[in-house]
Design a protein around this ligand. Sequence first.
Ligand SMILES: *Cc1c(COP(=O)(O)O)cnc(C)c1O
Length: 380
Amino acid sequence: MDEWPQILRGSLRTPEEIAARFGLDVDEVRKVARVFKVQITPYYANLIKHKGDPIYRQIVPDKAELKGNSGVADPLLEDQNSPVPSIVHRYPDRLLFLVSHSCASYCRFCTRKRKVGDPSKIHPRYIEDGLDYIRAHTEIRDVIVSGGDPLMLSDDRLEYILASLRAIPHLEILRVGTRVPCFLPQRVTPKLAAMLKKFHPLYVNVHFNHPDELTPEANAALGLLADAGIPLGCQTVLLKGVNDDPLVMRRLMQKLLCARVRPYYIYQTDFVQGTDHLRTSVEKGIEIMDALRGWTSGLAVPYFVIDAPGGGGKIPVLPKYIQTMNDDQVVMRNFQNEMYAYPQVQPAANGNGNGKKKSRKEKQPYVDPCFGVTNAPPIG
Ligand SMILES: *Cc1c(COP(=O)(O)O)cnc(C)c1O
């Protein structure tokens, strides 16, 4: 018998349980829980060392979720890019497929706070519509199975979905996005890993935000997935009072590599209703990137991205390395703030250039690496 269903059943769910466990006012917890789903696995609750610590802030409901909110319910306009309820289709060749409404625990900063935990919004009956949509859209080559958390489904149900996707000839890669290895690592069993392995090339993106989350249990879960040949990435959210510190973030990235997880993205916290108390400045994210590149393994350096409000997609944000750039040279600073110059290639003196320098400002046509020169990439 797997131990995880029993661990999950022991989760803190009711305002009474949560208020008693953390010494909170039960009415306040009730008010938050009426608006946003609350649940904490006992495993994750046990990682809390004291009130207000980085684990606590991610998961224990806070009355700040209800007030002073500048954020909006659906900042990424996902619902407007949703041709059927289980699909978010924003990019030319890939989409999100929402297959599970539930999570093992509910992040207080969730970008899908408006829907997670609500079976009427992410419902099993939409899965067939989603599969039909993907079958009909032959430009899709990459499906990100998400939710909620797909690993909250039974092995059989998840296998049905993955097998249905694998049977679609135009799909090249499958991805699963999950926070289960962090919240409920016991759910990752040898049986689950053996099932996932049948659907290669399959990638799993996990979600860890603090080095203390990489416990022996979490490392074991990640090891099972890695041993099944699954490339693992991590999507971390930059959060105030959790990981808004270059040394904490550097340690997290290094510990992920030890668990065979390649850091993929650090997200600026989305502009979501009820998350102001967890958002920090974009400058902080840039400072963190500056403290990673060069100072530790390049493998430990993810992209820092802002998922643009209004549905613009993920936009990378980098520290400013280039100081000046002209036809002669590019002047850059390195990670230690020392200046270096790279000489540009010069047109041959008597070459085909007719002695005329090509302006670098000329607008280039969009070149798709697979399909050659096209106009702007098609969407939808
Ligand atoms: C994040 C996201 C993806 C995947 O983006 P990648 O940069 O390829 O990881 C796809 N669709 C939507 C709607 C997304 O938000």
